[in-house]
Design a protein around this ligand. Structure first.
Ligand code: NAG
Length: 339
């Protein structure tokens, strides 16, 4: 089904794109001393000891203290310098921050790591980690749910435009009296009647058509938050299911029921439950008829399918060649080649 770019794709695209934008700079605006070097601001080097840094800071702070300057313009400039010096000193006097800063100078391309390290000491102690995790899960859940709806809506739009489904939906609508065969109704413009019919057709398609697989109607239970809350419950169910399987089929050697047979076939095919369910009913019946839960039968069946597929492809390629040949004039053409 030709759906427009799903929202999940859009998000991946955005992330990739934004990664490319961030190229490596040794200095990052807004972190530490911004685009300047903290050591340069204080006039010290990376080898300077803590007491040397303090000494340099005191000297500069005295020089640039706003109270030492009388004229308004000079006072303003001094104020700026004073703040810059204080900020640089704040970073270099703290061992942990100085280490983080040195790390940034040595590893300019680890862009995200610098943000993380910078904010770790400033913001992280104030914010509960649990809150951060909760917010992350919420964002993922919202994206999932929104993405599922947009997939579902594009599937629905596709079906509403498809003539085959439209005709079926219109028939149902007529038989249920939702659309009157007589198009004239009082007090309504043609436009309104058409819109109403369109809405009815959409509603019927939504109700009667069984959209399965990745485009199925979104369920709240598929969202990450709900999944996490239900995790212990699902785990317990799974263990119970597995224990029952071992007990009935491995120990007591009972014969498989249809449900078990389909489960084994699905595992052989490597499909998820949603993918498997998205298949047509007659296909699934065929699997049971072919006894595909027996490994040998499945292997044979798979080989056969692959060969069929190959010959179909070859046929269509041959057909294309034939059409090209006919287009050029077919058998009637005069050929001067050695052909
Ligand atoms: C599946 O395999 C079993 C045992 O190998 C065999 O008896 C049976 O005929 C096979 N079924 C089909 C449909 O080929």
């Amino acid at each position: 089904m030709a759906a427009p770019m799903s929202s999940r794709n859009r998000i991946c695209f955005f992330i990739l794109w934004s990664c490319c934008l961030f190229t490596a700079h040794a200095y990052i605006e807004g972190l530490y001393c911004g685009l300047e070097n903290c050591y340069d601001i204080l006039g010290v080097t990376r080898d300077s000891s803590k007491s040397e840094v303090t000494k340099a800071y005191r000297k500069l702070a005295k020089k640039w203290h706003p109270d030492m300057h009388k004229k308004a313009k000079a006072k303003e400039e001094a104020n700026q310098m004073f703040l810059k010096i204080a900020n640089a000193y704040e970073i270099l006097r703290d061992e942990e921050q100085r280490n983080d800063y040195d790390y940034m100078l040595d590893n300019p391309d680890e862009y995200y790591a610098h943000y993380y390290r910078y904010y770790r000491t400033r913001v992280a102690p104030k914010v509960d980690v649990r809150l951060v995790i909760a917010v992350t899960i919420t964002v993922i859940s919202v994206v999932q749910y929104y993405g599922a709806w947009s997939n579902y809506n594009s599937a629905l739009n596709y079906l509403c435009k498809d003539q085959k489904y439209r005709i079926r939906a219109t028939e149902i609508a007529k038989s249920e009296g939702l659309i009157s065969a007589n198009k004239k109704r009082k007090g309504k413009s043609k436009e309104e009647i058409r819109e109403e019919e369109e809405a009815t057709i959409r509603k019927i398609i939504e109700e009667k058509m069984d959209i399965r697989g990745g485009y199925s109607k979104p369920k709240v239970t598929d969202v990450l938050w709900v999944q996490l809350v239900l995790l212990p419950y699902h785990t317990a169910l799974y263990i119970a299911w597995w224990a029952r399987w071992v007990w009935r089929f491995n120990i007591k050697q009972e014969a498989y029921g249809d449900e078990e047979k389909l489960h084994i076939i699905r595992k052989f095919m490597g499909l998820s439950q949603a993918q498997f369910d998205a298949q047509e009913d007659h296909e699934i019946e065929e699997y049971l008829e072919q006894e595909l839960w027996i490994k040998d039968n499945f292997t044979e069946w798979k080989q056969q399918k692959e060969e069929e597929m190959k010959s179909k492809l070859a046929e269509s390629a041959r057909y294309k060649m034939y059409r090209r040949y006919m287009k050029k004039g077919g058998a009637g053409q005069i050929s001067f080649g050695p052909d």
